[in-house]
Design a protein around this ligand. Structure first.
Ligand code: AP5
Length: 207
């Protein structure tokens, strides 16, 4: 899944992974799990995430390499938030080639900058289930145990969007040239975006 912060990558990836019975691998979630657990990796990346900058490539690539070895990735995985730089994309290419595997589809969820800020500042996540909500666009049910991400403060959101344009947006061309990029209008309703991505993913997996 590729797209700016707040495009809906996590929202869509979780649903897609369930529907296609594939693992959901989110580098952001993996870093946040490590921060919560107080691991050495968590301590190393906590300030980086809080600032909105990117974690160094070597650290991120190693984390994904390990994660993709897990049993639940045998049938495949939805990668959410990775790769995010050209070196990460190249490393992923090598890793998949070594395993005789490939990227079937790189869904690009396109959303304008004005919408992103409102989405991120209104985002809430359920601590127990990890489900993503929005105070206005996807209201949480009563009794949900909600938290707000520290990096969803407006100034940090703007830094993350700037990082996206500087480091990640160039990957759109990389995936387009590889013939796997497909663009989706991320400003449609959540369920409509999902339907379009599921249809495209099923077609690619069957091809
Ligand atoms: P990460 O967790 O990946 O954050 P991100 O890319 O900034 O993306 P978000 O999780 O903020 O947004 P999303 O696109 O998943 O949107 P969501 O579905 O939640 O990364 C966090 C940090 O970790 C990075 O800043 C970096 O420091 C580090 N990191 C992670 N990966 C890295 C890597 N590969 N390399 C280096 N560093 C890395 O939706 C947002 C909101 O909008 C929600 O409230 C949702 O309900 C709502 N919404 C979603 N879709 C719609 C819709 N269609 N209509 C209306 N509302 C919607």
């Amino acid at each position: 899944m590729i797209g700016p912060p707040g495009a809906g990558k996590g929202t869509q990836a979780k649903e897609l992974a369930g529907l296609l019975e594939l693992a959901h691998v989110s580098t952001g979630d993996l870093f946040r799990d490590n921060i919560r657990a107080g691991s050495a990796l968590g301590k190393r990346v906590e300030e980086i995430l809080a600032s909105g900058a990117l974690v160094p490539d070597a650290v991120t690539i190693e984390l994904v390499r390990e994660r993709l070895r897990a049993q639940d990735c045998v049938r495949g995985a939805i990668l959410d938030g990775f790769p995010r730089t050209l070196p990460q994309a190249e490393a992923l290419g090598v890793l998949l080639a070594e395993a005789g595997d490939k990227i079937n589809l790189a869904p690009y969820i396109k959303v304008s900058d004005q919408v992103l800020v409102e989405r991120l500042t209104g985002r809430r996540t359920d601590r127990r289930t990890g489900k993503i909500y929005h105070v206005k666009y996807n209201p949480p049910p009563a009794g949900a145990d909600l938290e707000q991400r520290p990096d969803d403060a407006e100034h940090t959101v703007r830094r993350r969007i700037a990082e996206y344009y500087a480091n990640t947006a160039p990957l759109l061309e990389y995936f387009r040239a590889a013939g796997v990029l497909q663009e989706f209008d991320g400003e449609l309703a959540i369920g409509d975006v999902l339907k379009l991505i599921v249809t495209a993913a099923r077609e690619r997996l069957a091809a």
